[in-house]
Design a protein around this ligand. Sequence first.
Ligand SMILES: NC(=O)c1ccno1
Length: 242
Amino acid sequence: MRIDIVSIFPEYLAALDLSLVGKARVAGLLDLRVHDLRDWTTDRHRTVDDTPFGGGAGMVMRPDVWGQAIDELTATGPAHLVVPTPSGTTFTQRTAEALATEDQLVFACGRYEGIDARVAEHYRAAGHRVSELSIGDYVLNGGEVASLVMVEAVARLLPGVIGNPESLVEESHGAAGLLEYPVYTKPPVWSDLEVPDVLLSGHHAKIRRWRRDRALEKTSARRPDLIAALDASTLDKHDRAF
Ligand SMILES: NC(=O)c1ccno1
């Protein structure tokens, strides 16, 4: 997979040189390129924004500069354009899974009051998939941090990036549709707190059931919406599996 991230603050994306995503880039599992939007400007001041039509506070990012950048970056084939914005549809694990199947993602990091609406409109009309996505109901100063979040969530799903793909199965928001059960490691007693006995029992069926029950408990308490979204067959599968 190729991922292009365009920003006027490319140094914001330096974190993608680190840890698992950084290792995946070095190993050739992910072709990730960060670009400075100002490289596509043509004036002396490298201008990327202008005042909003209709008035209002702040500045809007120009469509012509974004168009030059996205045209160049998508020249090799169909790319999925992702625009992080608080006004977008919510980015979830399902979104990450869908994006992880794409050949190329282009993240357009807006700043100021955002990117001229015609950019998304133009690339949809040109046949590209365009997703305006929000990582939550709050406002950031730009799309860079949201892009970091989404790129990490997508990259870790790519083959070979996570050492043990088994760990993707039982984590929160995985196929089971639940939040993950509590996890413990050595020492068996810490701060007068003991690890649940069942986890020390070696009884794998009991451990599986205990973990399922804790996952259902946690999900019911914190995210009843996820329980409500589980169809009866999934809940039934949970019961039949233990
Ligand atoms: N909530 C968001 O995803 C976001 C993106 C840019 N600003 O906020």
